[in-house]
Design a protein around this ligand. Structure first.
Ligand SMILES: Cc1ncc(COP(=O)(O)O)c(C=O)c1O
Length: 392
C-alpha cells in the first residue's frame, strides 16, 4: 500500500466548473475569482477578500498595505515556512524571530514583549498547521504598543479562535491554496481584511497598480482605454481557471474539514498509547483546522544536548515508514536555522531552542479528506511496529 502525505480531492464539480472558463474564453482574473472571494467571505465572516497567486504574494501585499518601510521590525515566529519572514525582507524590513511553544508550535506569547523595540511596527503571528496562535495575548500586546497584526493563516482555513475564524482578527489575514493545504487552486492565495481602504488598495496592487480591472474594462464603457496607474503594483492576479477550481473546492470545504477533523480524532485515540509520540495540541477555546497532523518525536525529554541524536532516530523512523509505503514529512522548518537568516542576522539555535527542536523532531502523518479507515489503520500499525525501534 502507498499512502501519500496528502492528496487533493477533486470531484465532478471541479471538472464541471473548470470547463466553463475554457468554454467562455475568459481565463484571466474575472467572474470566478470574484465568486471565489465572495464564497471565502461568507465562510470566514471576513468583510473583504482579495484573491492572489499565493499566500506569499498575499502577505507581500499585506506588508505594502501596512506601509512597511526599510528598517522596520516585525515580530515573527522562529518556526514557520520561510515565506513568513521573507515578505518582511522584500520591503527592507527586519524579521525579529521569537521562539515558539513546543506544545502548540506557535509563537510563545510570553516572549513577545521583550523583543519589542522603538523600531517594531507589527506582529506577524502564524496559525501553524491549522491551530490558531494565542490571539488575545498577541492583540493585547499589539494594542499596548500601537502595532499592527497581520495573520499568516496559510494553513488555517477552518481554524477558529474563540468563535472567530483565522484571518479575521488582525488588520489583515493571508491564506494559501497550495496543494498541501486543505483545499487547493493549484497555487493560490487570498488576503482578508475588515478595512475597505485595504481591500481597494490590495485590488489595485495585485494588478500592477491599475485603477480599473481588465474585466471592468472589458464589460464596461470606454474599454479601449488603458487604466491609470497610481501605485507601484505587481502581477499577483489569480486566473479564472483557479477561481473556478476554488469555487468548487469552497463548496466542499465543510465536508473536507469534517473529514480531516474525524481522521485527526482517530489518530489521537489510536496513538495515545505510543509514549514516544506526542500528538497535536487540541485547542479548548477554538477549532483546529488540521491542515496537517504534526506530531513530535519524543522518546525522551528533548533538549539541545540530545536533539541531533533524537533527530537521527526520527529520520530512521521516517525512512522505515517510507520503505513500508507510508509517507511522512518534517512539520516545517525553522528559518532561523537556514543559511540566509542564520547568516544575515548571526542567529544561533540556542537562541530558539523550541524552534530548533521542532525543526529536528516533528513528524507529519498522512492526512487527506478521502483517506480511508483502512489507510489510517495501516499508518497506525506501521507506527506501532516501529515502536520497538523508537524506544531503543
Ligand atoms: C505558514 C506559511 N506561510 C506562508 C506559506 C506560503 O504559502 P504559498 O505557498 O501559498 O505562497 C506557507 C506555505 O506552505 C506556510 O505554511
Amino acid at each position: 500500500m502507498k499512502i501519500p502525505i496528502t492528496k487533493p480531492y477533486f470531484g465532478e464539480e471541479e471538472r464541471r466548473l473548470l470547463l466553463q472558463p475554457l468554454e467562455t474564453g475568459w481565463v484571466v482574473q474575472g467572474p470566478f475569482v470574484r465568486q471565489f472571494e465572495e464564497k471565502f467571505c461568507a465562510f470566514t465572516g471576513s468583510p473583504h477578500a482579495v484573491a492572489t497567486t499565493s499566500c506569499t504574494t498575499a502577505l507581500h501585499l499585506a506588508m505594502r498595505l501596512v506601509d512597511l518601510r526599510p528598517g522596520d521590525e516585525v515580530i515573527v515566529p522562529a518556526f514557520t515556512w520561510i515565506a513568513t519572514p521573507n515578505v518582511v525582507e522584500y520591503l527592507g524590513g527586519r524579521p525579529v524571530f521569537v521562539d515558539i511553544d513546543l506544545r502548540t508550535f506557535n509563537l510563545d506569547v510570553r516572549q513577545v514583549s521583550s523583543r519589542i523595540t522603538s523600531r517594531t511596527v507589527g506582529i506577524l503571528p502564524v496559525h501553524l498547521f491549522g491551530l490558531c496562535a494565542e490571539m488575545d495575548s498577541i492583540q493585547e500586546t499589539a494594542r499596548r504598543n500601537s502595532l499592527w497584526v497581520v495573520e499568516d493563516a496559510a494553513c488555517a482555513v477552518g481554524a477558529r479562535y474563540r468563535g472567530k475564524h483565522a484571518g479575521t482578527m488582525g488588520e489583515i489575514g493571508a491564506f494559501s491554496f497550495h496543494p498541501r493545504k486543505s483545499i487547493t487552486t493549484g497555487e493560490g492565495g487570498i488576503l482578508t481584511t475588515g478595512r475597505k481602504d485595504f481591500d481597494a488598495l490590495a485590488r489595485t496592487l495585485r494588478d500592477h497598480g491599475a485603477s480599473r480591472s481588465d474585466l471592468d474594462r472589458h464589460s464596461g464603457r470606454a474599454g479601449f482605454l488603458l487604466a491609470d496607474y497610481e501605485h507601484l503594483g505587481y502581477n499577483y492576479r489569480m486566473t479564472d481557471l483557479q477561481g473556478a477550481l476554488g469555487c468548487a473546492q469552497m463548496d466542499r470545504l465543510e465536508w473536507v474539514l469534517a473529514q480531516r477533523s474525524r481522521l485527526a480524532d482517530g489518530y489521537r485515540r489510536s496513538l495515545e498509547k505510543l509514549s514516544w509520540l506526542e500528538t497535536p495540541a487540541v485547542p479548548d477555546d477554538g477549532v483546529h483546522g488540521y491542515q496537517a497532523y504534526v506530531c513530535l518525536f519524543r522518546p525522551e525529554e528533548p533538549s539541545l544536548a540530545n536533539a541531533e541524536r533524537l533527530h537521527a532516530r526520527r529520520n530512521d523512523l521516517m525512512a522505515r515508514l517510507e520503505a513500508r509505503g507510508v509517507a511522512t514529512r518534517q512539520g516545517t522548518h525553522a528559518p532561523v536555522l537556514l543559511d540566509f537568516y542564520a547568516g544575515k542576522y548571526a542567529l544561533r539555535p540556542e537562541q530558539f531552542p523550541n524552534a530548533y527542536l521542532a525543526d529536528r523532531l516533528t513528524l507529519a502523518l498522512p492526512l487527506y479528506a478521502q483517506m480511508t479507515d483502512e489507510e489510517q489503520t495501516a499508518v497506525v500499525a506501521e507506527l506501532e511496529a516501529a515502536c520497538g525501534d523508537a524506544r531503543e
